[in-house]
Design a binder for this molecule. Structure first.
Ligand code: ARG
Length: 578
């Protein structure tokens, strides 16, 4: 559609210049003014002429009327002036001949912008804190982050996905105390992550106590934990060996989740990798006169920027989260020379990122403006807040398990002879959760309602995956067809489908510009809806003649290709059969 918009915009400029040769107007500006009307009865595109009225010193109604009578572009069937808008109706045949062959030749590249070529993006996402369970709260950073990576890759960027695992910090002190008090190797070897989570929950409960049960708080355990962590920071081999083993256990447990989601990372350099890189940055802060001692701790004052101070070193000299982020960013700049570094975390960390981004700028790093924080809203489950510390969470593993089970049961009923049932149930079950999550604008808080997530009616993952499978089955049944033949558009549903397909590249651009995968999710629903309307109203294999049949098969293949390209962008598996 970008191409059509450009053609129309250039023609509008030419029309304008005919009556006003010195008007300062160019095609790019006009193309950006073109809108999609809320109802196709008002055209496929519309130009709100009030946007030109100041420049042309003319009333919008008159501008629209003049353009309607003089505009002549091959892709436009007719243009009408209505209330100061120029409503543009595209020529279906022209569009079909332009768009469909392009999809059929470009295939998995169809819709891909090229503005990222030669540029590098580093993406920090998922990054769970090890030793804690991988729960539904991590789904956001994992799937939003990966979708943003895929979108950038699609636009030609070289992308580096970094899982900056939280493998350092007081939580390991806590786990070490708990392990030494209540744990043993055998239980952890056998129980894996579950045994570790039990220990983690137990120590947190012991620290905070439980008023209801009459268990008093025990803050000295927190002191012990801090002391154990400090020992780690100072290189205590016993604690470090224990830590390495704990990290290995959790990483293994997370691998299965990433496999189910089809996500791989290019780097697993976690927080612990930066312990030796921090002193140089702390020194730089000191040299620049940015560091202040406040009650024994080292901070960077940020009140001039309307923010609380950024904590760099604790009183005991141990490092902090922002310090590690600064050291990691410097390291990544050196290693990858990124054009953009994206961090995907919950909105709860927005201040943390704003603070350390500012510190990096004050340190004089000229790439500070290339750091981007992409926040997302919180998740609650059936109305209740999550709390890792007390164990009130749903593990992703269990959530995926439930979804897969439900899909498997439905498949058993509907299609018992399907080959590869387990694989398909996994793809559709996990897809249902991913699609549900990515259907929301990322910044909105989500109340995860299990029944809705797993409902297979309406605008869900299974519905769109089923639509994809439908395109595959039509093409499998038809066998080869003439992919070069001229298109013959005879029905409104065919034209509608082509127009949705034509919008794909714009959707991709919008999703990248706004770091918003839900733009793609919504588009997938539009496309699936358009294909299904076409499928129900236009007989494909029983079409009245070969030319129409060819057109419909080419449309089916185009829908399949674009659905598939869009699925790839949001970690949704392309299911050929369901
Ligand atoms: N491990 C952190 C957490 O789970 C997220 C890390 C995000 N990335 C970063 N560079 N700070 O809260």
């Amino acid at each position: 559609m970008l191409e059509m918009k450009k053609m129309i915009a250039d023609a509008v400029v030419a029309c304008v210049k005919q009556s006003k040769p010195d008007a300062e107007l160019d095609g790019v500006t006009v193309a950006a003014m073109l809108e999609y009307p809320p109802d196709t009865k008002m055209g496929d595109l519309a130009l709100p002429c009030f946007k030109l009225s100041k420049l042309l010193r003319n009333a919008p109604v008159r501008i629209a009327a003049e353009l309607a009578s003089s505009l002549s572009v091959p892709c436009v069937a007719r243009a009408e002036a209505v209330n100061g808008y120029l409503n543009i109706f595209l020529d279906d045949g022209y569009l079909a001949d332009r768009i469909v062959p392009e999809v059929l030749t470009k295939k998995e590249k169809y819709g891909a912008p090229t503005f990222g070529e030669g540029k590098t993006v580093v993406l920090d996402y998922s990054s769970p804190n090890l030793a804690k369970p991988f729960h539904i709260g991590h789904l956001g950073t994992t799937v939003i982050g990966h979708a943003i990576k895929k979108l950038h890759e699609f636009a030609g960027y070289k992308c580096v996905g970094i899982n900056y695992v939280g493998d350092w910090g007081t939580q390991f002190g806590k786990l070490i105390v708990a392990f030494k008090k209540w744990g043993d190797r055998e239980t952890v070897e056998k129980g894996g992550i579950d045994a570790l989570v039990d220990l983690y929950v137990r120590i947190n409960n012991a620290i905070s106590g439980d008023a209801e049960k009459g268990i008093p708080a025990n803050p000295s355990l927190a002191d012990e934990a801090r002391a154990e962590f400090l020992k780690m920071e100072q290189g205590d081999e016993e604690n470090l060996a224990l830590w390495r083993w704990l990290v290995e256990k959790t990483l293994k447990a997370n691998d299965e989740i990433y496999r189910q989601l089809g996500i791989t990372f290019d780097s697993y350099k976690g927080e612990s990798c930066y312990t030796d890189k921090m002193p140089a940055q702390v020194q730089k802060l000191r040299d620049k006169g940015l560091l202040k001692i406040d009650d024994g701790a080292s901070i960077v004052e940020l009140s001039d920027y309307g923010m609380p101070p950024c904590l760099i070193l604790k009183r005991d000299g141990s490092s902090l989260y922002p310090t590690r982020d600064i050291a990691a960013a410097v390291d990544r700049k050196e290693e990858y020379d990124f054009d953009k570094a994206i961090y995907v975390t919950s909105a709860g960390q927005s201040l943390h990122f704003a603070q350390w981004f500012k510190v990096v700028e004050l340190m004089g790093y000229d790439w500070a403006d290339k750091l981007v924080h992409v926040p997302y809203g919180t998740v609650s489950i059936n109305g209740a807040k999550l709390a890792t510390r007390t164990g009130n969470v749903i593990l992703l593993r269990d959530l995926f398990g439930l979804a897969i089970e439900k899909v498997a049961a439905i498949m058993e009923e509907k299609n018992p002879n399907l080959a590869d049932k387990d694989k398909i149930a996994e793809a559709v079950g996990v897809g249902a959760i991913v699609f549900y999550y990515l259907s929301n604008n990322r910044i909105r808080d989500i109340n995860f309602i299990m029944e809705d997530a797993l409902s297979f009616d309406g605008n869900t993952g299974p519905y769109v995956q089923y639509t994809y499978a439908r395109t595959c089955s039509v093409l499998a049944k038809s066998g080869a067809y003439d992919r070069e033949a001229k298109m013959t558009v005879t029905e409104a549903e065919e034209a509608e489908l082509i127009k949705v397909i034509a919008r794909f590249e714009e959707i991709v651009r919008e999703a990248i510009d706004s770091y918003e995968p839900s733009v793609v999710t919504r588009y997938i629903l539009d496309l699936a809806g358009a294909y299904n309307r076409f499928y129900h109203n236009c007989s494909i294999l029983g079409a009245e003649n070969e030319t129409v049949k060819n057109t419909r098969l080419a449309l089916t293949e185009s829908a399949k290709t674009v659905l598939g390209n869009a699925f790839d962008l949001i970690c949704l598996a392309k299911t050929e059969k369901i």
